[in-house]
Design a protein around this ligand. Structure first.
Ligand code: HEC
Length: 191
């Protein structure tokens, strides 16, 4: 009986309105975190499938068309805007805003200081024109496979040619495995 009461009390504590350090509703942070985790998985799957079937040049099409579509889908229906950004971008449309730049720079400093990237995320409530929104970011890390094929420093000639045709201002090569490649960035209007 006592145990049951304690368990119920525990449940109430867990489910009650709880707030993170910056005062953001933790349920909203959890929603953003879940959207980003799902997007990361589906992006990797589609990329691997396309590259397996048609090689790296086919993978470029996935990154170009499927990545924005999947990002949009990850937010639609749950009231979020989800995108990818980075300090050095391939697509200028993915360039960071001031908030994203500050958080990306902070991630880079922490990773350089030895913080495990998987443990990093940032959430904060921002107010713009009187309207509050929750902003959430999570690092995207560079790995050998499959990222180096298109973001490393030894790109195959056909990959390099296709990328420079599509993205003449490309800044997103020369990364090494373990580098911060960029971040997922989520905005949720709260008002
Ligand atoms: C087959 C080539 C290819 C591979 C492999 C690839 N990317 Fe990309 N990546 C691209 C292209 C093309 C874009 C630009 C997409 C766009 O137009 O929005 C891009 C964009 C990005 C962006 C958005 C910021 C920017 O630079 O515009 C991130 C973050 C990113 N890639 C991370 C990764 C990671 C992490 C991996 C490994 C899991 C990876 N990429 C593997 C081709 C690739």
């Amino acid at each position: 009986m006592t145990l049951k009461v304690l368990a119920m009390a525990g449940l109430i504590l867990i489910q009650g309105p709880s707030f993170g350090v910056a005062g953001e509703p933790s349920a909203d942070v959890a929603k953003a975190r879940a959207a980003v985790a799902g997007l990361g998985e589906s992006l990797k799957q589609q990329l691997m499938a396309a590259m397996g079937a048609g090689g790296p040049v086919a993978g470029i099409e996935v990154c170009r068309t499927a990545a924005p579509a999947l990002s949009q889908a990850a937010g639609e229906g749950v009231g979020l805007t989800v995108r990818r950004t980075a300090l050095k971008v391939r697509n200028p449309d993915n360039a960071p805003d001031d908030f994203e730049r500050r958080v990306l720079e902070d991630f880079a400093v922490k990773i350089a200081a030895g913080t495990p990237p998987g443990s990093l995320e940032h959430s904060e409530i921002v107010t713009r024109d009187g309207a509050r929104s929750l902003r959430f970011m999570k690092p995207v890390m560079m790995t050998e496979k499959p990222c180096a094929v298109c973001h490393g420093d030894a790109l195959a000639d056909d990959v390099r040619a296709k990328i420079s045709t599509l993205y003449p201002a490309d800044q997103a090569t020369g990364f090494n495995p373990g580098d911060l490649r960029g971040a997922f960035s989520v905005v949720q209007p709260l008002d």
